[in-house]
Ligand binder design. Structure first.
Ligand code: GTP
Length: 624
């Protein structure tokens, strides 16, 4: 019987016995070298390819370690990481910033202007800024960027802006760059989508580096990118590590997130090219900043600070308590240029943020017209009286423009004010009463009577109702041989012309002078209207017709008085003063805009943020 060959005994490599054996060998002094000698085959080169691969790997690791000794000067509480969102026009930069802000802070910013600082984690803040498509903005922001989100429209492919920015980045050292593909929803075919993604990815890797991170935003839901994708991107940004760039760590620099022009607005008005004194606010990055050092402001030039001071952190990191995530209170946002930032203490004022909703409403409702009003008031060189006398107003789209002569031609009158107390709410409402309203009432009554008698004057009543038909028939008022009801219709027409005229100057309507005047006027108008009523009671008679015409002329006189007072200087100037006080920061903004584009002005002790221009390395410090 053949005995089955027994399995050979395998030496134990682990366990108590093996450990005992190993210890014994060590005690005897046998090293790895000895083991190699004892069994050279086991340690010999098995495969040349594997050997080469191993060699490369160890070399790679060694070179990686060479970077580590770079001194990281970031303080214990580091400044916010500068995230620059770059891309061609309409690629979705603003949408992405809005989504990121919403993701981190649960707040919606309708309009994004300038840098927005948010707390993104327990130890990280982000300053997100959109980079315009002009080369100057790119140059300036490439210097200060820690992370670049490079947006690419996948439906279109790469655009020149992307490559321009990449080239610019090479000058001062490459910041971290992440690609973001948008407009992926425009692909209906999955195969094509995959192909495009692959092509763009490889192109991106060639330009940036092999394996550079590329995010895909696959489409929009209610004008926002998909929540999960934004969350992933946000998470990635908030845990990402940054290697300090030599240029950035060796230069102190400030990315100004707020600016106040401290120059007296009156001086600026008198001389728009006056030297300005400007305060810039922002986090200091890179290195320490000495007082009275020279600073370079891109696009403007080199200047010296007059003063540098510490301010409380407007967007602080949360307290270092042992917890996993931020609570709602800690998710702060600071974006003064976009109108967000709570209470802000300024050199000469305190600003209180009234919340995003309020800001939006204000912007939509009141702010915009008042901007224009204030700006036009500041930039005006001629008096309002003279302007009013030469200006013309077109009340309806088809009507001929009305000048001062027309207003003085005794055809129109201002409405009178009637205070109406609301019985339910007790509110006092200021109703504008036109003479024509009474005429209208009369017409209606008259028409009722006439309709009972089945007369043909219904057409005129129809005209009365149809305001638009009346607009182009001003000259008819002067004709004396008209039917009285027709006359009344024309008066209504005149009043209607005045209605928009009064709304031409809404800003002056609530001044005190105006109110006082309106009361006087109201009394006057009441008298006039009484007269009118009398005249309207008897129609068809020629004498009455003439009398009515006289009344009309009187009314027109009244209207002349009213309209004559509209452009009077005290009323307007008082309102203008009021506006100036109310909108003070806006005035400063408008002036600063002017300065930023003008380079012929000489400035003294002035610092000014301007994203544009090239950096000359004459000064140590950079303020963007
Ligand atoms: N379908 C689709 N539309 C997008 C996508 N991304 C952005 N949009 C739309 O593109 C338009 C432009 O978006 P914005 O965020 O204003 O683009 P932008 O780059 O900030 O534009 P500029 O500031 O003018 O350069 C908006 O109407 C977005 O709704 C996307 O992925 N898919």
């Amino acid at each position: 019987m053949d005995e089955k060959e027994q399995k050979k005994h395998r030496k134990k490599n682990s366990g108590a016995k093996a450990n005992k054996k190993r210890k014994r060998h060590q005690a005897e002094g046998e090293t790895e070298e000895d083991a190699r000698k004892r069994n050279p085959k086991a340690f010999g080169v098995q495969s040349a390819v594997r050997m080469a691969r191993n060699f490369h790997r160890t070399q790679d690791l060694k070179t990686k370690k060479h970077h580590i000794p770079v001194v990281d000067r970031t303080p214990l509480e580091p400044p916010p990481v500068v995230v620059v969102v770059v891309g061609p026009p309409k690629v979705g930069k603003s949408t992405l910033i809005r989504c990121l802000i919403k993701n981190f802070t649960k707040q919606k910013l309708s309009e994004i202007r300038g840098p927005v600082t948010i707390v993104s984690g327990k130890k990280r803040r982000l300053t997100i800024i959109e980079c315009g498509c002009d080369i100057n903005s790119m140059i300036d922001l490439a210097k200060v960027a820690d992370l670049v989100l490079m947006l690419i429209d996948a439906s279109f492919g790469f655009e020149m802006e992307t490559f321009e920015f990449l080239n610019i980045c090479q000058v001062h050292g490459f910041p971290k760059i992440m690609g973001v593909l948008t407009h992926l929803d425009s692909f209906k075919n999955n195969k094509q989508l995959r192909k495009v993604k692959k092509r763009l990815k490889h192109r991106f890797w060639t330009e940036v580096y092999q394996g550079a991170k590329l995010f895909y935003l696959s489409g929009m839901v209610y004008s926002e990118y998909q929540k999960q994708e934004i969350r992933n991107l946000g998470r990635f940004i908030s845990v990402m590590k940054f290697r300090p760039l030599v240029w950035q760590t060796s230069h102190p620099y400030v990315l100004a997130d707020r600016m106040e022009d401290l120059t007296n607005p009156e001086d600026v008005r008198l001389n728009p090219k006056i030297d300005r004194k400007v305060s810039l606010y922002g986090y200091l990055r890179g290195a320490y900043l000495k007082n009275k050092t020279q600073v370079h402001i891109p696009g403007v030039g080199d200047f010296a600070f007059s003063e540098v001071s510490f301010l409380p952190d407007p967007c602080p990191l949360p307290d270092q308590l042992k917890k996993r995530s931020l609570n709602e209170k800690e998710k702060t946002i600071y974006a003064p240029l976009s109108g967000v930032g709570g209470v802000v203490y300024d050199k000469d004022a305190v600003y209180i943020d009234l919340g995003p909703n309020y800001a939006q409403q204000e912007q939509q409702r009141a702010a915009k017209p008042s901007h224009e009003l204030v700006q036009s008031l500041i930039s005006t060189n001629v008096t309002i009286d003279s302007k009013m006398s030469t200006s013309k107003v077109s009340l309806f789209t088809d009507s001929k423009p009305l000048g001062m002569e027309d207003v003085e031609s005794k055809e129109f009158e201002m409405p009178t004010e009637e205070k109406v107390i609301d019985a339910e709410t007790g509110l006092v409402r200021r109703k504008a009463v036109f003479k024509g309203d009474q005429n209208e009432e009369f017409d209606e009554e008259d028409a009722d009577e006439e309709s009972e008698n089945e007369e043909d004057d219904d057409d005129e009543i129809g005209e009365d109702e149809d305001e638009s038909d009346l607009s182009g028939e001003e000259d008819d008022c002067e004709e004396d041989d008209q039917h009285p009801s027709r006359r009344a219709v024309n008066k209504v027409k005149a009043d209607e012309h005045l209605k928009p005229n009064s709304s031409e100057m809404p800003a002056f309507a609530d001044s005190d002078d105006d109110l006082e005047h309106s009361e006087d006027e109201a009394a006057e108008e009441e008298e006039d209207s009484d007269g009118n009523d009398e005249s309207e009671e008897d129609t068809g008679d020629e004498e009455e017709l003439l009398r009515e015409d006289e009344d009309f002329m009187e009314d027109s006189d009244a209207s002349e008085d009213t309209t004559g007072e509209l452009p009077s200087v005290p009323r307007i100037s008082s309102k203008a003063d009021h506006c100036q006080k109310k909108c003070f920061p806006l005035i400063k903004c408008s002036c600063s805009f002017y300065l930023s584009v003008s380079k012929t002005i000489t400035y003294d002790e002035m610092v000014y943020p301007h994203v544009g221009g090239s950096f000359q390395q004459e000064s140590d410090t950079l303020v963007v």
